[in-house]
Design a protein around this ligand. Structure first.
Ligand code: ATP
Length: 324
């Protein structure tokens, strides 16, 4: 490790919305085969990794909305990411991580995964570990299914458990309004409800779920109207069953002509697709005035994955890695 006291690395990583999420049947290992198209949006988690006076151990502080619900022990995804990187790179795990949350905690936007992705990149730079992009992606996949995407960003197809990520060509910029809920939803609880609904309907989910060809065509054309028509999330019924009040958000979006409305990931965040910035503003005002959402954000996508944004003491050894 060559980092000196007082050095710090600042990395931003984006939250995501799922444009399409298809869930296969529950497998014996407790997982569901998934296929999803992710889009990274302009809601950025910030991780500042810095050297510490003690020169040993990983500590973390968290601020921003929902910070009180984020663990600050070894279960924090950012701490796990730093420790995993140190172990594999053969360096002493010594850093303080300062997290600034922007994504809602347990909101279905993979904020914790973005923290982990940002931490991998920040600690790689802070410790001068020199891991390749492929090595960082492999560590990301070990940490969690959404972590590789937060490194890659853009618009991408996720397969397996969502951990194998292939970029998808998307033209233009899409305008989203996010309706945030007061409290998060547990991902395992949403999957359990999904399994219950599937069993009750005697439905047989596809063992190899596929995303629609129409979605890829809409992204390629950069056409928000076509995209809005093919947004779809297999977990939406389960989340609405657990949180019936989310129906009010969907109704309001429909009344105000949103091009598409869908649950992000396992919720409870609902993403509304607008035709442009004017309609996004109109939807955001309507949502705020109605009080059906605890908080409302306007974002755009796609945006890049985790990247260094500013550093107090950039290592002169790797100037070319800035902005990676
Ligand atoms: P997922 O769909 O992957 O569960 P999510 O976006 O719904 O993600 P996150 O905010 O990423 O939810 O985190 C889910 C849980 O993980 C939280 O309830 C929290 O207890 C735990 N957690 C661990 N580390 C973090 C972190 N750095 N930020 C947020 N939550 C974290």
């Amino acid at each position: 490790m060559t980092s000196k006291l007082g050095e710090r690395v600042v990395v931003h990583a984006p939250a995501k919305v799922n444009l399409e999420l298809r869930v296969g049947p529950l497998q014996d290992d407790g997982y569901h085969p998934l296929v999803s198209v992710f889009q990274a949006v302009s809601l950025f988690e910030e991780v500042v990794a810095s050297t510490t006076a003690s020169g040993t151990g990983i500590s973390v502080t968290v601020r921003g909305p929902g910070a009180a619900q984020v663990p600050t022990d070894g279960s924090n995804l950012a701490v796990r990411a730093a420790r995993l990187l140190a172990e594999r790179a053969g360096v002493e795990p010594a850093a303080h991580l300062s997290l600034r949350k922007a994504a809602p905690v347990a909101g279905g936007m993979a904020g914790g995964s973005a923290d982990a992705a940002a931490t991998l990149l920040a600690c790689d730079l802070l410790w001068d570990a020199g891991l390749s992009r492929e090595e960082l992606l492999a560590l990301a996949a070990e940490l969690g299914s959404d972590v590789p995407f937060a490194l890659v960003g853009g618009t991408a197809l996720g397969t397996g458990r969502g951990d194998r990520v292939t970029p998808v060509l998307a033209r233009g910029e899409f305008h989203w309004v996010l309706a945030l809920a007061e409290t998060g939803l547990s991902t395992p609880a949403v999957y359990a409800e999904h399994d219950r609904l599937v069993a009750a309907a005697a439905a047989v989910p596809d063992l190899e779920p596929r995303v629609s060809d129409d979605l890829a065509a809409a992204l390629l054309a950069g056409d928000p109207v076509s995209l809005g028509a093919c947004l779809s999330n297999d977990l939406q019924a389960a989340a609405l069953s657990l949180r019936p009040e989310l129906r009010a958000v969907v109704r309001l979006g429909e009344e105000h002509g949103a091009l598409g409305i869908l649950l992000s990931g396992s919720g409870p965040t609902v993403a509304l697709l607008a035709s442009g910035s004017d309609q996004a503003l109109e939807l955001a005002v309507a949502l705020t005035a109605s009080g059906v959402a605890a908080d409302v954000r306007r974002v755009t996508g796609p945006v890049p994955g985790a990247r260094q944004v500013e550093s107090a003491a950039v290592s002169p050894l790797h100037p070319s890695r800035r902005g990676r």
